[in-house]
Design a protein around this ligand. Structure first.
Ligand code: FMN
Length: 379
């Protein structure tokens, strides 16, 4: 049984980033297939509240999947049962997490080195899931030069998985290399199950191009969505939205409102919202307009996500609001999060942000570079 998702574009599992309010924001921009943050099956089985909270989804998420990390078949099966109780429409097995603690305990990318265990966990999950599809998210391999995605793909297919999701790098490579979409294409040709490619997509024309060269069934987007949650609409419509500063503040304010809804408007809710929202500005500040006419040729040589050339233009930095929104300073990110929390409407948030930007310009505050796209510990 293959997955039958309503869209070929999937929002990736994103620890810390893919909270319910953020996913709700992406759904508003057309994301139809969403996924939880990674949840540890053993913590779900122990009934840990913090872990179970990761399984909650918004009513607007119609095709919500839960990603679990497990290293034993019985834990995989238990994770599936709990995910289904929480309304998951599909369940993914994480076989890509590079974080030391996870790998050390035999989960995440470690499973790529234990194909037999990976297959057993997948099979147990498929049996526990009944009609609900199980997917497996892998990397090309654990070590460079020892890529084994083909072997893993075949085992996963034999175990009854409904799709393979492939991040086109090894665990060792982290984010240092461009994702290898040719390798993703080879896998799609070698396997009978749908392969969803993942890696470096930040524009609609890159999504289109990567799908074309690989023949993959679909594309999963991670950092592209963190930088511009409207990427789903761009891919669906085949055009760049080019949101200016005030339009972006409106989007960020919507996220703040969704967080207030979800975490609560009290002091605890405020603390949580400020924590997550400031973190999001670490990605929002990397936004750049990347119109196809200017950037497509470059994107064919090297993914725009990875390019060093894509820094704000002098013209963009002339505008105090644009300059402030491109600033990588974490104190500023905290101040922007507080500003959004305190603004009752998007209009007021735009006014307050514009005033702050002008003040910083008048005071001659030097902006900090956002640097290259980071990974929040995932690479
Ligand atoms: C902040 C952050 C959190 C992530 N959390 C997860 C996770 O929980 N599970 C997972 O399988 N991958 C996780 N990833 C990896 C992404 O899902 C994705 O595979 C990777 O970023 C490559 O896609 P991209 O180039 O579109 O960013 C995370 C990545 C980032 C940047």
């Amino acid at each position: 049984m293959s997955v039958s998702w309503p869209s070929p574009v999937v929002l990736a599992p994103l620890t810390k980033g893919g909270t319910l309010p953020f996913r709700r924001l992406c759904v508003g921009f057309g994301a139809q297939v969403t996924c939880s943050e990674m949840a540890y099956a053993h913590n779900l089985a122990r009934g840990l509240g913090r872990e179970l909270a990761l399984l909650r989804h918004h009513d607007d998420e119609r095709c919500f999947g839960v990603q679990i990390a497990a290293h034993k078949p019985e834990l995989g099966a238990e994770g599936v049962r709990i995910a289904l109780e929480h309304g998951a429409k599909w369940v993914d097995l994480n076989c890509g997490c590079p974080i030391h603690d996870t790998v050390k305990r035999g989960m995440g990318a470690r499973l790529l080195q234990r194909p037999q265990t990976l297959a057993e966990v997948t099979r147990a999950m498929v049996e526990a899931a009944g009609e609900v599809p199980i997917t497996v998210k892998i990397r090309l391999g654990y070590r460079e030069g020892r890529e084994n995605a083909e072997e893993i793909g075949k085992r996963v297919q034999d175990a009854g998985a409904s799709a393979l999701i492939v991040h086109g790098r090894t665990r060792e490579q982290r984010y240092s290399r461009a994702a290898d979409w040719e390798a993703i294409g080879r896998l799609q040709r070698q396997l009978d199950l749908p392969v969803y490619g993942n890696g470096d997509v930040i524009t609609w024309y890159e999504a289109e191009h990567r799908l074309k060269i690989s023949g993959a069934a679909g594309v999963m987007v991670a950092r592209g969505a963190l930088i511009k949650p409207w990427i789903f609409q761009e891919i669906a419509e085949g055009r760049e939205l080019c949101l200016d500063g005030p339009a972006r503040i409106e989007v960020y304010h919507r996220l703040a409102t969704y967080m207030k809804d979800y975490f609560g408007a009290d002091e605890i809710g405020r603390k949580r919202t400020l924590f997550f929202l400031s973190w999001h500005f670490g990605f929002f500040c990397r936004y750049l307009p990347l119109p196809r006419e200017t950037w497509e040729a470059r994107s064919l040589e090297h993914p725009l996500m990875q390019t060093r050339d894509a820094s704000p233009s002098p013209h963009q930095l002339d505008d105090p609001l644009e300059a402030m929104l491109a600033d990588g300073d974490t104190d500023l990110h905290r101040a922007l999060a507080e500003l959004l929390w305190a603004s009752p409407s998007a209009r007021e948030a735009i006014e307050a942000a514009s005033a702050l930007a002008q003040q910083r310009r008048d005071e001659g505050t030097a902006p900090r570079s956002a640097g290259r796209v980071n990974s929040g510990g995932w690479g």
